[in-house]
Design a protein around this ligand. Sequence first.
Ligand SMILES: Cc1cc2nc3c(=O)[nH]c(=O)nc-3n(C[C@H](O)[C@H](O)[C@H](O)COP(=O)(O)OP(=O)(O)OC[C@H]3O[C@@H](n4cnc5c(N)ncnc54)[C@H](O)[C@@H]3O)c2cc1C
Ligand SMILES: *[C@@H]1O[C@H](CO)[C@@H](O)[C@H](O)[C@H]1NC(C)=O
Ligand SMILES: *[C@@H]1O[C@H](CO)[C@@H](O)[C@H](O)[C@H]1NC(C)=O
Length: 604
Amino acid sequence: MVFKVSLILLALTSTLVSAYPASSQYASHIEARAVKDEYDYIIVGGGTAGLTVGDRLTADGKYTVLVIENGVLDNSTAILTGGAGGGMNAARMYTINSSPQSGLNNRVISVGIGRVVGGSSAVNGMVVQRGTAEEYNLWGDLSGGQPTSWNWKGLLPSFRRAMHLTVPSENLQRLMNVTYDLSVWGQDPDTKVYATYSESGSGQQKFFYDAYKSYPGVHVPKDNGNGENGLSFFLVSMDPTASSRSYARTGHWDPVANRPNYELVTGQRVNKINFDSSITATGVTFVPVSGSGAATTVRARKEVILAAGTVHTPQVLELSGIGGADLLKKANIPVLVDLPGVGSNFHDHTYLPFYGIRFTKNPTYPTIQVPRAGNIQSANLGVFLGLPVVAPDAFERIASNFEAQDPAAYLPADTHPTIIEGYRQQQKLLGKAMRSKGTTFFNTMINGIGGAPQNLRPVSRGTIHINPSNPQGEPIVDYRALSNPIDLDVFVEFIKFFRRFHSYGTLAQYQAQETAPGANVQTDAQIATWLRGQLNPSVYHPVGTAAKMPREWGGVVSEDLLVWGTKKLSVIDGSIMPVIVGATTQQTVYAIAEKAAEIIKARQ
Ligand SMILES: Cc1cc2nc3c(=O)[nH]c(=O)nc-3n(C[C@H](O)[C@H](O)[C@H](O)COP(=O)(O)OP(=O)(O)OC[C@H]3O[C@@H](n4cnc5c(N)ncnc54)[C@H](O)[C@@H]3O)c2cc1C
Ligand SMILES: *[C@@H]1O[C@H](CO)[C@@H](O)[C@H](O)[C@H]1NC(C)=O
Ligand SMILES: *[C@@H]1O[C@H](CO)[C@@H](O)[C@H](O)[C@H]1NC(C)=O
């Protein structure tokens, strides 16, 4: 307790020593009635991406920014010091359940996302991982032939700006063979979102590190962020000095909250973007979340910037008349731009919460003790593998079956032709990716035997749309989990891979015995049936509902992040990823936001 209190004092002290007098502390956190009529930029959503861009656009003092956030400035110490999941609390999250998932025996999935200043970065598991070069290059390949910088090379400067690296200790490097590559990280003094190595390690981790390392095809990259996959140590979003959560608020709001040109209003929900007759965004209207109090309308001189996240960005667009015309008509919303891609292309990572396996003969694990003072999050080792490594006998069959599909076959029956075309384009690229080691499908974190395997590259596509009978209520989230049978084929291979791995090479002598699914679940069909009862289609990494793709491919934003068919309206959050990355998503969202800030500044 004393420890927690001193952390808060520390946080306050650092605010007090800033150039502004103490009385103006948080002066920029304002009440709705203090909101001015007009700002240069209005940012919808004070989450991971929204606060990053807000900070960057106000840094030179030339332009005014208002951020409007549904949640509150929550000062609970649990967010900072509670470690992974410490911020996860119903008070700071939306309560949304998915529609029943027919591919998962009609189970309903709880959709977790942050609803607090800092957004999902305030409640997430703090894991910091980066996808591979091939995976970011897919985004460029989905530009429709437009000149693009949405690829590994073009994004690297944004990654270097996005997080401030803390290098691993000598102990961690020596005891666990943690290696790093400074050329793919930044240590920018203006970047106060920290990526820090978790100073932890155990003999069991080292034992399985060696086992994975000796498995055929498993590469050990020098750094989790160097664009390669394999066996690697990843980082956590932790402030190395305070040993506390480092997130969008501590990085991009608290240190700069006293800028007179940066304002934040909380507890308010944007329910409409306003346009003039040429479909140029002129501002937004927002209402108090409490339900009592008047609506406020505010104008944007330069741009309205949507950063409401993958679940709510499509809702705000649809409420404003930008979306599929059929849906909008059902909801009695006048159609401004018929843009059916809004809310389509939704996907996330899929995982198996429990794979049970134990050794019947106990290995002797090495004794390793990494001094772990001040550590609040310990996950740090994972294996990220392409399909040819995990399923050497099956990947070619899976890839050809996928490529042979009619692209419309597993999308909803009434899918718009532009969305089908976008899926056809993805199908070509993902078919190739299934044959490449460098695009990650399989992942598990390594702490001991087994793990909770994840499919980081599902090909099923869901939807997130307003509920036509209650458009202002929470949107309808449909993962459409396992709607494309390829995802089940891939996961069946993961179970078979885990079986092979745990009796491969030096592991054979320990006679692994699987308890879940277990020995009586043998054939592919049996494994598939078992998986339908177990899999979870979300690792809290929703993406894709406002994809950066051509309009004729069902995309929602251009290469410059402007919403098709509109002017002065952009999207900058996780929803713009056309295809997900084979990594947890926060680092990528910060990088997207850094790139977005550059793009928006270039329009000034
Ligand atoms: C429980 C959980 C665990 C996770 N674990 C990890 C992890 O360990 N590692 C990792 O890399 N990633 C993790 N993620 C994912 C990662 O945090 C997200 O991908 C990322 O933070 C998304 O950023 P964003 O800016 O797109 O959206 P968010 O950060 O969610 O921001 C959207 C903001 O907009 C606000 N908003 C929405 N609608 C409106 C409206 N109409 N008006 C006003 N405001 C609105 C929301 O309240 C929210 O604050 C996790 C996510 C969650 C939820
Ligand atoms: C958190 O602290 C800030 C700064 O003192 C304050 O403006 C804000 O209202 C507080 N939040 C809540 C929910 O009390
Ligand atoms: C240590 O990591 C490097 C990658 O940076 C790898 O090439 C090497 O094989 C590893 N060494 C050991 C002993 O595991």
